[in-house]
Write a protein that binds this ligand. Structure first.
Ligand code: ADP
Ligand code: MG
Length: 286
C-alpha cells in the first residue's frame, strides 16, 4: 500500500505522482480508489473545520516528522523557525484542492493541487491497510475470526473459537504499559487510537509530538492525551482519531457523533470522556 499508493517518498506511489504535479494546470489523473479516499479525507477536513487536513505535507516536512516520529531518529531535532512554519502553512489547506470525480462521461478522475501543496496521508495509512486486510480475510472462508493489530489501529473480525467477545485494552497515556480500560466487542470493528505519548521528541523540556494543528502549525494542544475511535470503517476510525485529537473534547465528541462513531477521550488530567454508545462497550480499569 505504501509503495503503490500512499508514500510521499516513494517515486512509484500515486501520492508521489500527485505531489509532483502540484501547480500543473492540467491536474493529475488518479485511480477511482484514490479519488474515493481523497474525497472522504477532504470531506472530513470540511467537517472538522480544517483540524484534519491531508494537505499538510509541507508542514509535516518542515517538522521532519518522518525522521523522528516514524524512524525514531530524534538526534539533532530542532523545531522549525517561525518563518519556515509560516511559509509551510501557506502551502496547506484542503479548501484549495479541486477533485474532479464521477464525471458522467466516464473519463478518469483528476486532482488539482496548487503550486507547493503536498499531500500527506500518514493519518489514514493504517486504517486503509486494515480495510485491505479485511478484504483478504473475507476471501478466506476457513478464517472464522481474527484480530489484526497495526500499531494504533485494530481490526476485529468474526468470532473467537471459544465464542467469547473480543477484548481490547486501551493504553494509559501516562503509562502506556498499563491500560485505562477494556473494550468488549462482538464481530467486525475497527478501533484506532491517536495519542501524543508514543511518537514524540523532547527539546529543552518541551515535548513535540507528531499530530499537528493546521490552525497554528504546531503540534496540537487541545487538552487531550489520546483519542480512541470505534466504527465500521478502518479509514474513518483512523482519520477521526487524528481529527478529534486536534479538536479537543467538546468538538471532538460532536464530530465523532456526526459520523455515528464511538469515541473515548483521555484528557490531560486523566479524565475520561466518551460518547453514549462507548459506555456500553468500554469498562474502565478499577
Ligand atoms: P499514527 O500514525 O501514530 O497512528 P495518526 O493516525 O494520528 O498517528 O497520524 C499522524 C500522522 O498524520 C502524522 O505522522 C502526519 O503524517 C499526519 N498528520 C499530522 N497532523 C495531521 C492533521 N492535523 N491532519 C491530517 N494528518 C495529520
Ligand atoms: Mg489517524
Amino acid at each position: 500500500l505504501e509503495q503503490e499508493s500512499l508514500s510521499w517518498r516513494t517515486e512509484t506511489s500515486e501520492v508521489y505522482r500527485i505531489n509532483a504535479a502540484a501547480g500543473d494546470g492540467e491536474g493529475c489523473p488518479v485511480s477511482d480508489e484514490m479519488a474515493g479516499l481523497l474525497q472522504e479525507c477532504l470531506e472530513l477536513s470540511g467537517k472538522s473545520e480544517g483540524a484534519f487536513d491531508i494537505t499538510i505535507g509541507a508542514l509535516t516536512r518542515v517538522w521532519n516528522i518522518d525522521k523522528w516520529a516514524r524512524e525514531g531518529e530524534t538526534e539533532g531535532f530542532r523545531p522549525p523557525s517561525p518563518e519556515e512554519r509560516e511559509s509551510a502553512l501557506e502551502k496547506c489547506g484542503s479548501g484549495r484542492v479541486r477533485l474532479e470525480w464521477v464525471t458522467g462521461d466516464g473519463s478518469q478522475a483528476r486532482i488539482y493541487l496548487p503550486e507547493g501543496m503536498q499531500l500527506d496521508l500518514g493519518a489514514v495509512g493504517k486504517g486503509l491497510a486494515l480495510s485491505r486486510i479485511l478484504e483478504l480475510l473475507e476471501e478466506e472462508p476457513e478464517v472464522s475470526g481474527a484480530v489484526v493489530y497495526l500499531g494504533g489501529s485494530v481490526l476485529t473480525y468474526g468470532s473467537r473459537p471459544d465464542g467469547g467477545s473480543w477484548k481490547i485494552g486501551i493504553a494509559d497515556p501516562s503509562d502506556p504499559s498499563s491500560s485505562v480500560g477494556i473494550l468488549t466487542l462482538e464481530g467486525q470493528w475497527c478501533v484506532s487510537t491517536s495519542g501524543d505519548y508514543e511518537r514524540y521528541v523532547t527539546v529543552d523540556g518541551v515535548r513535540y509530538h507528531h499530530i499537528l494543528d493546521p490552525a497554528t502549525g504546531y503540534p496540537a494542544r487541545s487538552g487531550l492525551c489520546s483519542v480512541t475511535i470505534v466504527c465500521g470503517s478502518g479509514l474513518l476510525a483512523d482519520a477521526l482519531s487524528t481529527a478529534c485529537f486536534v479538536l479537543g473534547s467538546e468538538q471532538g465528541l460532536d464530530l465523532a457523533k456526526s459520523y455515528g462513531a464511538e469515541a473515548l477521550l483521555v484528557e490531560e488530567d486523566g479524565t475520561l470522556r466518551m460518547t453514549e454508545g462507548m459506555r456500553e462497550i468500554f469498562s474502565a480499569q478499577e
